[in-house]
Design a protein around this ligand. Structure first.
Ligand code: UDP
Length: 451
């Protein structure tokens, strides 16, 4: 008897930090025998020049097929919901007509309306959260009114989590003012109906967030399936699993890797603030001079849109000591033996990547969930330290220098390195045959095939 090959349609919110983990999960499902169609917006699909070869990609529309540059979230999100719902429906029907009916839509929690599309079409749905379980739990508490805002106490107690200061909470909770539409989406809309989804996926692993996962799993059927790192970096390589694929920025791979090859072991500070964060000019200056004054080499990702904030002639003057690139192959960089530490904004993917590859971190959170991730990096996983900004929120050059010395040298640095090795091993175990995330993924696939 021929077994039915289940078909999942996977749809991320169209930013790099959501595409990477969902594409990686898609590859893992495909490896488990599931047919996967990855959907992205038309604009994004036409912009990228590289998509993973083994994944079939289809498009929907967010209503801005020529790009949404300059469109504020308050306008963008409702239009995406309207046009996205229509075009997602069309796509599911098209796949059905062509003999490839969809068994499950795995949608980004930032696109909660996909659940309604699934229900209308009688297709099951799985919601995918790209944040940590701790952060999901915080949003869950705020949304349910279990954590009242504005905060009255300086410290909050949430089940499953260590005591958190207001400054450890995601910015959309501690200070939603500057981004009301995004705060509404992240804190409320994504939490609104996710319990009705047939599956709930978290990009984390059991040993990493044991207490909070245990607490959430008591009330919700949560499946932890992370870390979503391409397998070549962690374990036996899956087919076509070298990089994430679908890059919105072009990595300067050759220049970057040949420069790293010239550096000695553990001698380079890798600096990156991910795909979205914008640093203040003053912060950029302090960082530049702090890196320049340190006794280590540095590799710094400064996106093109940020490069005008660099001090005049900085690139020329630091030639040799530091390399500035507009985008890099982050996993190859983190896996390189010359990298001694990672100065990071603590985006959830960057945090998981550093953790999974055993690279000590200097946390410099900027906004969204990064402060919470930084708190865990420093105090719970003890895999790094956190830079202490001044009263204006700027990490000064001397602080930058001190942080680098602490992590690269001395006893604290050694302890961090020991813990880094532990987390790297645990991340690998979660994905290996019989590991918690491997089991959860396989369990999902078997249920999908059975029903
Ligand atoms: N990244 C990359 N090259 C770079 C900088 C970042 O490939 O030069 C990737 C990184 O590996 C991660 C993603 O971009 O997977 C950024 O996601 P994260 O959650 O860390 O931050 P965000 O961009 O969402 O703030």
């Amino acid at each position: 008897m021929e077994t039915h090959r289940a078909h999942c349609l996977i749809l991320p919110y169209p930013v790099q930090g959501h595409i990477n983990p969902m594409l990686q999960f898609a590859k893992r499902l495909q490896h488990e025998g599931v047919k996967v169609t990855f959907a992205t917006t038309k604009f994004l699909f036409e912009t990228v020049d590289e998509v993973s070869a083994s994944i079939s990609v289809e498009t929907i529309s967010d209503g801005y097929d020529d790009g949404a540059n300059g469109i504020v979230q308050k306008i963008y999100l409702p239009r995406f919901q309207k046009v996205g719902s229509e075009t997602l429906t069309e796509l599911v029907l098209k796949l059905q007509d062509s003999g490839r009916p969809v068994d499950c839509i795995i949608y980004d929690a930032f696109l909660p309306w996909c659940l309604d599309v699934g229900k209308d079409l009688g297709v099951r749905a799985g919601v995918f959260f790209t944040q940590s379980c701790a952060v999901n739990n915080i949003y869950y508490h705020v949304h349910k009114g279990l954590l009242k805002l504005p905060l009255e106490a300086t410290e909050v107690d949430i089940p499953g989590l260590p005591p958190l200061l207001a400054s450890d909470l995601p910015s959309f909770v501690s200070n939603p003012g500057p981004y009301p539409a995004t705060s509404q989406l992240v804190v409320h809309d994504q939490m609104e109906k996710f319990e009705e989804a047939d599956w709930i996926f978290f990009n984390t692993f059991y040993r990493l967030e044991e207490k909070v996962i245990h607490w959430m799993a008591k009330i919700l059927p949560v499946k932890t399936i992370g870390p979503t790192i391409p397998s070549m970096y962690l374990e036996k390589r899956l087919e076509d699993d070298k990089q994430y694929g679908l890059n919105l920025f072009k990595p300067m791979t050759n220049a970057c890797m040949s420069w790293l090859n010239e550096r000695s072991i553990n001698s380079v500070v890798y600096v990156s603030f991910g795909s979205l964060a914008k640093l203040e000019v003053k912060q950029m200056e302090e960082l530049a001079w702090g890196l320049r004054a340190s006794s280590y080499h540095f590799l710094w990702v400064v996106r093109e849109s940020e490069s005008k904030k660099l001090p005049k002639d900085f690139v020329k003057e630091t030639f040799g000591k530091g390399l500035i690139i507009s985008w890099g192959p982050q996993l190859d960089v983190l896996a390189h033996k010359s990298i001694g530490c990672f100065m990071t904004h603590c985006g959830w993917n960057s945090t998981l990547e550093a953790l999974s590859l055993g690279v000590p971190m200097i946390a410099m959170p900027q906004w969204t969930d990064q402060s919470t991730n930084a708190k865990f990096v420093k105090d719970i996983w003890k895999m790094g330290i956190k830079a202490q900004p001044d009263e204006n929120g700027i990490d000064r050059r001397d602080v930058i220098g001190q942080c680098i010395s602490i992590v690269m040298e001395g006893e604290i640095g050694q302890e961090i390195r020991k813990n880094a090795k532990k987390w790297k091993d645990l991340a690998r175990q979660a994905l290996e045959e019989g590991g918690s995330s491997d089991e959860n993924t396989k369990d999902f696939v078997s249920k999908l095939i059975q029903s």
